[in-house]
Design a protein. Structure first.
Length: 232
């Protein structure tokens, strides 16, 4: 890992550690470098304006000051392309349009040299993603999930039966190459998995969800994890 990339990753790790912080020894192990190198990196971050705090003695370590603003986001060309590739390859994922818009904002503020290198590298990465499901359907499902409101769907099962259902959205899940809406089906009075591509229509109602949680869905497979688990 190049030093610039390590500095970005180091600042993110410190941000995620919150008030606990992390010791220089642990940071050194995480990045496979010496403690002396990590301390030099911490000094470099501090000089760049990162709000780093240090706490000496047992239980001490380094972290980022709570509530302090961070320096403007800066990415390496490879990091920028990684974001573009991830979103392009998962265009049917929940909130993919918002992710793409966020990436465009980041790319717009990159310095011209980094942007040019990122554009050149992006041309070397191709994806053949399946066509996304209806934008109107996905927008309704995303809104219902975020606002925790009942969504009324028209759904066709794999057997060809079409029904109208009121569903309390609990989670989105991706498995076997397909995205599912998992929620409490008021028609069946049970938790159900709906393949998003089989939802023909969806509309958000004014009805609030009644509090069903992901714990009612069951245990996830060993390979499954929530998206905020990246890098942990």
């Amino acid at each position: 890992m190049k030093r610039a990339e390590r500095l970005h990753a180091l600042s993110e790790m410190l941000r995620r550690s919150g008030v606990r912080g992390r010791t220089a020894e642990r940071l050194a192990r995480e990045f496979g470098v010496s403690v002396r190198t990590i301390k030099r990196d911490l000094v470099a971050l501090e000089h760049s304006g990162a709000p780093i705090w240090s706490r000496p003695g047992p239980g001490g370590g380094y972290g980022l000051a709570a509530g302090a603003s961070l320096p403007p986001v800066s990415l390496s060309p490879a990091q920028a392309v990684a974001l573009m590739a991830s979103v392009s390859a998962a265009s049917d994922a929940p909130y993919a349009d918002l992710a793409a818009a966020g990436i465009r904002k980041i790319l717009d503020v990159l310095d011209p040299r980094t942007r040019a290198r990122a554009d050149e590298l992006a041309g070397r990465v191709w994806v053949d993603a399946p066509p996304p499901s209806s934008r109107a359907v996905r927008s309704a499902l995303e809104e219902a999930m975020a606002e925790q409101r009942v969504v009324r769907i028209r759904y066709t099962s794999k057997e060809g039966a079409t029904t109208s259902r009121d569903v309390e959205p609990v989670m989105f899940a991706s498995t076997n190459g397909q995205w599912y809406l998992v929620g409490w089906c008021r028609l069946r009075d049970a938790m159900r998995w709906f393949i998003v591509s089989r939802i023909e229509r969806a509309g958000v109602t004014k009805l609030a969800c009644t509090g069903h949680t992901i714990h009612e869905v069951g245990s996830p497979p060993a390979t499954a994890r929530p998206v905020h688990g990246w890098g942990e």
